[in-house]
Design a protein around this ligand. Sequence first.
Ligand SMILES: [Zn+2]
Length: 345
Amino acid sequence: MSRRDALARMLRLRARKQRRRGGILMYHCISEETYDPWAICISPNAFDDQMAVLAQARAAVDLANFAGSDAYTRTGSQLAVTFDDGYVDNLVAALPVLERYEIPATIFVIGNAVGRTREFWWDGLQRAVPSGEPLPDRLDFPFGKGRRTFTLNERPGDSATNARWRADSGEITTSRQALFRALWDAIVVLEPTEQDDAIDHVLAWGGRMATTPTSRVALDAEQFAQLADHPLITLGSHTLDHVSLTDLPADRQRTQISAGHRKIEELSGRPITRFSYPYGRFDDTARAAVRELGIDVACTSVPMPAIGSDDPCALPRVQATEMDGDQFTRWLREDYGLIRGQLLQ
Ligand SMILES: [Zn+2]
């Protein structure tokens, strides 16, 4: 982020902390993970701590409240819990915790991922380009816009830097981080089947197994049905194939949004009125397509508290990461002016 963008963000955030506001929390996987450049995993213990904080503060509300005015308070005291993608741990690890504290949650499921037996491409990439293990120094990549060759020039000490690296920081200081990011950018825009082929290719190059780790499995149809029937869970859609909407022409955006929506409605046997944008990427076309489907609430990944004047079809959302209860409370309060009374700067 440039200094100018960072300043604009800070001012926007400060203004939001003075308004009636609420918070939408974003989770993906509830599992232990040592290398997690997008910080999408949190341990079951940390998740339990965080839900305990919400329960103690009586803060948890259903996401539907964010479509009206109920979720927005002067103290930012209301928060909704959401999960993206549809990992099996949402059922196995998260649901028992949600039940214990009676916290409602929304799970946005990728239409074609229900019953998917192989890992998502981004999880495969993370295994293929890990933080430290040796890799060959040249990778031919014959996918997308023509054949490309990537090279690695690693220095001693890089691997320790890589282990702590956060891809979403925008900072790249090692050759391996640059490779990871370049591959991510190249693969995100490929067709879904080509994404899987590209991951197979990169896994083979790095000498990794093509087997999906048990921690990164998607829900199967029966597990999906269990969540659909659960009183604390509301399902939402997340496109058919987890596409980067803003890289697609308008007609394909609409198809991905509506077909994903229809699929989740068919599988769950319920009307679906919630949506989240894959990779947080959205534009006016995507927003209009979502609205036309009768979606009440759609979530982005813009890390801000939500305020009443936000478009319910583009609500910001903050990503909870590995934090214990105290850290979680401080993060919500200090970074976003959420969960407790006083106005913060
Ligand atoms: Zn997603």
